[in-house]
Each structure stands twice: as structure tokens, then as C-alpha cells.
Design a protein around this ligand. Structure first.
Ligand SMILES: C[S@@+](CC[C@H](N)C(=O)[O-])C[C@H]1O[C@@H](n2cnc3c(N)ncnc32)[C@H](O)[C@@H]1O
Length: 391
């Protein structure tokens, strides 16, 4: 098997179970590597550190799957890990028939995402090395889920960076374009081929439940960056009188409108707009809401983007605080690992000072429990939410 030695000083981090080796950290290779092939990672002196796979063309060159000398990277290991991920999900009693089954490094399967929507599973490969296990992954999913269909979706960024040969479409069985799922007491339509990510933001399930406790019948609510209306529908379900749902994607809003119908709800105002412009207009008009949710896409895809992302969050916090009625609530989320919970707190503190509003933190939330994160790998904790009462 291909052997690599890492530069002196890197071994401690890997012994601490951090599963990535950057290309610049490789001291030597036993021969020219093939893209995706299995590799033994050793320290500079030659001592075993882990087993993984390599893509010499990318910055994160090696992903380690096992730190155990007896546990090589085989199709059996992939099957065992998928079974382990499934057994964990069974214990969660998620109040939905949709859940994340495989959360990449969070399930010790770097490069693999699998979301389950009722009878269907959607796979995304985010590394070339993992995509070579496509057949094994499909077989293991059939075994644990007994699904009606398995669909592969392209993760465009990963395809470009890693050069994955994607087989977009059904890999097994038949998968309809639109699938209906339920979460808590609401139904959602998922457009698998055209929707964002694998079709739905499963990671916000706990937050969509939490918002219900804040909405009173008759309230005026705002769901900014609403996608297909997860928060807006929950607000309406709780009896909000007025709900405005804003997103830039016409397709997401179309699905949102259908979601409203299938749930027998009505009256949500679906607004196709750039959220920054829309919030500025509301602010200029002096509008006020009882509950505001702001759930933007990732503004910081890498650490260099952090300063501009923080400026974006600052603007959203300023507008959100100004638009919240005294005694009302607002929540803001970041789905980028590079923006920490402390960043959000700091931004909110600065914004509350600037708008002269006292603020009380009522909840902090993270990605829901079917998106586990690895303690030794902070990158796996990506979603943070700060919920405040504006006094
Ligand atoms: C993290 S998702 C929101 C998920 C949603 N809260 C849910 O529970 O399903 C972010 C959304 O922001 C939208 N978006 C991205 N940039 C935008 C912008 N400038 N203005 C409005 N919406 C935007 C995307 O279309 C996407 O639907």
C-alpha cells in the first residue's frame, strides 16, 4: 500500500484524531500516488498514524478513516460505518421521516453525505476517494434502509475541486422529482434534482420546532432567507396573523407556496428579493415584527472571507434588531464553520450597542443531532444560532 510520511510536528494533531493531512504537510511518498488510492499515514520517523485515501491534486490531500492499525480502509469498513450511522439515527427518535444518515467526518466517513427523505436516499460525494466506494455505499444503503430509490446529486464545488466523476440521477430503483416528507406536524415537498443541497435543510429541524414557542396567535412574523418556508410555515401554524417569507430563489419560493397548500395553510406572503435590500426597505419604512428569523447561506467559505462575512452579519443583526418590536424575538444563524458562536455573539453585541437596544439571549442552537460533530475536528460543527429577546 502507498505510504506517506508527514513533516515533523504534524503527527501530534493526527494522533489527536484530526483526520486531514494537507498537501503541504506531506514530507515524502513511497511512490507516485494514484488519485483516490488507499494510503498508510506515518510520522516522520515512520510510526503508524492512520489509514486513509489520497487525492494529490487538492489541498486536503489525505482523509483518514481509521486511526487503528488493525482497521484498514476496505469496503467492509465502509459498510460497518454506514450500519453504525444508521444504528445511531434509530436511537434519536427524530420527529420526522427525513434525516441525515451520513454526515461525512461526523460519521467517520469523510467525503460522504447521505440524506434520507422517506423511502428515498440522496447521496453526495464530496471527495474523489470516497466516490470510488459508490457501489459499496449503494449496497450498504439498500441493506440498512430497504429504500425505494437512491439518487446521486452533484456537489458542484466538490466536483470542480476534487474532479469527481458524478453519476447524477437514480443509482438504484426509481426516484420521483418531488418527494413529500413530514417533520413535526408539517408536510414538506422536496425537489431532489433541482433543490439546494440534497433538497432540504434538515440541520434546522430543532430550530423550526423552537420558533413555535415564540409565536403567539395574531403575531407579525418575518422569515428571511426562507428557502421553502421551513420557519414561515411553523409561524403560520402557530397562528401568526402576518408572515412574510423572503428568498432570492424563485424555485425555493414555488416549492414554499406548494408546501403552504399541502398543509392547508394560507396567507403567507412569499417575496422574491435580495434579503439585504428587502430588510433595508422595511427599516426605511419603520416596520416592526414580533418574531424575525434570519438564516442566510454561508458567507465565509474559507477563513479569508471571515471579515466580509462579519460585515454581512453585522448588517443583518442591525436591521433585525431595529425591525423587532420591544419584547419581540429574533434569531440569526451562521452555517459556516469559520464563523464561530463567539463571532455571532460579538456581532450581536456591537449591533445592539449601535441601535441602542438591550438584548437578552434566550437560546443558542446548533445543527440538529443527526448531524453529529467530532470533538477533535471543529470543522464538523458548522451551524450556530443565536436567539434573542429585544427589550
Ligand atoms: C440556509 S438556507 C435557509 C434554510 C431555511 N431557513 C429552511 O429552514 O429551510 C439559505 C437560503 O438563502 C437564500 N439566499 C441566498 N442569498 C440570498 C439573498 N441575497 N437574499 C435572499 N435569499 C438568499 C437561498 O436561496 C437559500 O434558500
Amino acid at each position: 500500500m502507498l505510504q506517506i510520511r508527514v513533516k515533523p510536528g504534524i503527527e501530534d494533531r493526527i494522533r489527536g484524531f484530526f483526520p486531514w493531512v494537507y498537501r503541504a504537510e506531506i514530507a515524502s511518498l513511497s511512490r507516485k500516488p494514484k488519485k483516490g488510492e488507499a494510503v498508510v499515514v506515518r510520522d516522520f520517523a515512520g510510526k503508524f498514524l492512520g489509514y486513509g485515501y489520497i487525492n494529490p491534486e487538492v489541498t486536503i490531500a489525505v482523509r483518514i478513516l481509521s486511526f487503528n492499525k488493525e482497521e484498514k480502509v476496505t469496503t467492509d469498513l465502509i459498510r460497518r460505518r454506514i450500519k453504525m450511522a444508521y444504528d445511531y439515527r434509530k436511537r434519536l427518535y427524530i420527529n420526522s421521516n427525513a434525516f441525515r444518515l451520513i454526515h461525512s467526518e461526523g460519521d467517520l466517513l469523510p467525503g460522504l453525505i447521505v440524506d434520507v427523505y422517506g423511502q428515498y436516499a440522496v447521496i453526495e460525494f464530496t471527495t474523489y476517494g470516497m466516490s470510488l466506494f459508490r457501489e459499496t455505499v449503494v449496497e450498504a444503503l439498500i441493506e440498512v434502509l430497504n429504500p425505494q430509490g437512491i439518487y446521486e446529486k452533484a456537489n458542484q464545488t466538490a466536483v470542480k475541486v476534487e474532479g469527481i466523476d458524478v453519476k447524477e440521477g437514480a443509482l438504484w430503483g426509481e426516484v420521483p422529482e418531488i418527494v413529500e416528507i413530514w417533520e413535526h406536524d408539517l408536510r414538506y415537498l422536496i425537489n431532489i434534482p433541482q433543490g439546494q443541497k440534497t433538497g432540504f435543510f434538515l440541520d434546522q429541524r430543532n430550530a423550526r420546532k423552537l420558533v413555535r414557542g415564540l409565536v403567539e396567535p395574531g403575531d407579525r412574523c418575518l422569515d428571511v432567507f426562507c428557502h421553502t418556508g421551513g420557519f414561515a410555515l411553523s409561524m403560520k401554524k402557530m397562528g401568526a396573523k402576518e408572515v412574510r417569507a423572503v428568498d432570492i430563489s424563485p424555485l425555493a419560493l414555488e416549492v414554499g407556496k406548494e408546501n403552504e397548500k399541502v398543509n392547508g395553510l394560507s396567507g403567507i406572503e412569499w417575496i422574491c428579493a435580495n434579503a439585504f435590500d428587502y430588510l433595508r426597505d422595511l427599516d426605511n419604512k419603520g416596520e416592526e415584527f414580533d418574531v424575525i428569523i434570519i438564516d442566510p447561506p454561508s458567507f465565509a467559505k474559507n477563513r479569508h472571507a471571515v471579515p466580509s462575512a462579519i460585515r454581512g452579519y453585522k448588517e443583518l443583526c442591525l436591521r433585525g434588531l431595529k425591525l423587532t418590536k420591544p419584547g419581540g424575538y429574533m434569531a440569526i444563524f451562521s452555517c459556516s464553520f469559520h464563523i464561530t458562536a463567539d463571532h455571532l455573539l460579538n456581532v450581536m453585541t456591537e449591533a445592539s450597542y449601535d441601535v441602542r437596544r438591550q438584548v437578552r439571549v434566550i437560546h443558542t442552537t446548533f445543527q440538529d443531532k443527526d448531524h453529529p460533530w467530532v470533538l477533535q475536528m471543529p470543522n464538523t460543527l458548522y451551524l450556530k444560532g443565536l436567539w434573542v429577546e429585544v427589550i
